[in-house]
Design a protein around this ligand. Structure first.
Ligand SMILES: [Zn+2]
Length: 142
């Protein structure tokens, strides 16, 4: 299951749970999602920080089989879908939270103090151990 932060046309913010991204897109397109506060069906997804919640227990060792596969999938997903903002993570997360920045998926580093702040501000985020980068990022040409 995935939890998404959703926003309606009247700027109400609420959380929706979906099987996966496809299920969300489908329900959103068919206007099956409505705001619990005003029944608006014009729903936008706020990809604030990292909003994957899982009820599978792969990370608790119950299902050991797929652990590595799942881990690699998540790492690839994060690399493909999340903007690496490095140590600006907290600033960006707050900007997105308050609508200053365009909502998008971001990842980066944060200190314990910053995490406290995010929690106090009600920003949802998710900590995930990323593997160390294997080399310098190759977006610079020589
Ligand atoms: Zn609403």
């Amino acid at each position: 299951m995935i939890a998404y932060d959703l926003r309606c046309g009247n700027n109400h913010i609420f959380e929706g749970w979906f099987e996966d991204e496809t299920a969300y897109n489908d329900q959103q397109e068919r206007k099956l999602i409505s705001c619990p506060m005003c029944d608006d069906t014009e729903i936008f997804r706020i990809p604030s920080t990292f909003a994957i919640k899982s009820n599978t227990s792969s990370f608790q060792g119950k299902d050991r089989i797929n652990e590595e596969v799942v881990y690699n999938k998540i790492v690839n997903f994060i690399n493909d879908n999340f903007d690496n903002v490095g140590s600006d993570f907290t600033t960006e997360a707050l900007k997105i939270h308050y609508g200053v920045s365009e909502p998008r998926n971001i990842r980066g580093k944060s200190t314990e103090m910053e995490e406290d702040l995010l929690q106090k501000e009600g920003v949802e985020f998710f900590k995930f151990p990323m593997p160390p980068q294997s080399g310098p990022e190759s977006d610079k040409e020589s």
